[in-house]
Design a protein around this ligand. Structure first.
Ligand code: NAD
Length: 316
């Protein structure tokens, strides 16, 4: 029998969407929701419970919980803390100070009950928050993982797939670095169903060339475009969380671009960034530092610098 307990901290736009995806994809046997806003949290849990009566749903126990629910949790997903709002400066790093404070209050509760659960970080600025949680509390570092540039990588796939009118799952490769403005496309890793990028326009009979600069800009702007249109983002990130949870719950050994504190990869440490990482039931089992050409390495180092500055500013 499948058994997996998940605690979701933060039950607003992102937390409630993550809850829905986990229920729809049957990725837990029990889900507890926690939020400072008790009414919102209770409401989300009740609403989700109604859905479990449908013939297509499993009877997954879903309830408004508290931090003691972390005691026997397999996975804790942290989505607490505000997002960038429509019209605000388009840079997640402005949330550093506020959300590191919130992470401190959340972690001081979680650590009273467990050091065993895997923690999936979603709160922004993702890499700053992941670094803060990994370094400021006596929690096993290998159990803390941020969704990172999985979302940008999903966006890259969609944008390229739209150009060639193909399934985005045929696009392989990574966006790496910060989940944010300094994320960069590692074009050297990208291919279309095994077809090398340098000839892909020829294969698809396109006369114009793939515009890499425009794609890079579009995928960094995508979150702010969505926020300005609907007020927040939640569906894409909820699917990212579900994809990760599936790899974790089913011990899949999937390689995904995710954030964690670097341990000397590319000569970097003291910063969290996304690189390809193998995910299984123990969390990250292996991280990869693919060979990158100089121009991509420069972008990686610039990304690290930008996150390091935000980490330092959050401490001031
Ligand atoms: P929101 O402002 O609507 O909700 C935040 C929730 O956190 C609120 O319900 C609030 O009550 C709760 N909260 C605040 N402090 C808390 C605490 N100490 N303990 C428990 N709950 C607390 O934000 P949202 O739109 O749901 O987004 C949540 C976070 O997810 C933001 O930081 C956003 O930027 C981030 N996000 C990340 C990604 C990603 O790719 N990693 C994508 C989308 C959104």
């Amino acid at each position: 029998m499948f058994k997996g307990k998940v605690v979701i901290v933060g039950a607003s736009n992102v937390g409630s969407a993550v809850l829905t995806k986990l229920l729809d994809f049957q990725l837990a046997s029990e889900i507890a929701l926690i939020d400072l806003n008790e009414n919102k949290c209770k409401g989300e849990a009740l609403d989700a419970n109604d859905a479990t009566s449908c013939i297509h749903s499993l009877n997954i126990r879903t309830y408004h919980g508290d931090y003691s629910d972390c005691k026997d949790a397999d996975l804790i997903i942290i989505t607490a803390g505000p997002s960038i709002k429509p019209g605000e400066k388009a840079d997640r790093l402005i949330l550093s100070k506020t959300n590191c404070k919130i992470m401190s209050s959340v972690m001081s509760e979680i650590t009273k009950y467990t050091k065993d659960a895997l923690i999936l970080m979603i709160t922004n600025p993702l890499d700053v928050a992941t670094y803060h949680v990994s370094t400021q509390f006596d929690y096993p570092r290998e159990k803390i993982i941020g969704t990172g540039t999985m979302l940008e990588t999903f966006r890259l796939r969609r944008i390229i797939a739209d150009r060639y009118h193909i399934d985005p799952k045929n696009i392989h490769g990574y966006v790496l670095g910060e989940h944010g403005n300094s994320a960069f496309t590692a074009w050297s890793t990208v291919n279309v169903a095994g077809l090398g990028l340098e000839h892909v326009d020829e294969y698809f009979h396109f006369n114009d060339k793939l515009d890499k600069k425009a794609i890079e800009q579009a995928l960094v702007n995508r979150a702010y475009d969505i926020i300005n249109l609907k007020g927040y983002t939640n569906t894409g990130i909820a699917m990212v969380a579900a994809r990760f949870t599936k790899s974790f719950m089913y011990n899949e050994h999937t390689i995904l671009p995710m954030s964690a504190v670097l341990e000397g990869e590319y000569g970097l440490s003291d910063v969290a960034l996304s690189i390809p990482r193998m995910i299984c039931a123990d969390g990250i089992v292996r991280s990869f530092a693919p060979h990158l050409p100089k121009e991509e390495l420069d972008l990686l180092y610039a990304s690290a610098e930008s996150v390091k500055k935000a980490i330092a500013s959050a401490k001031e």
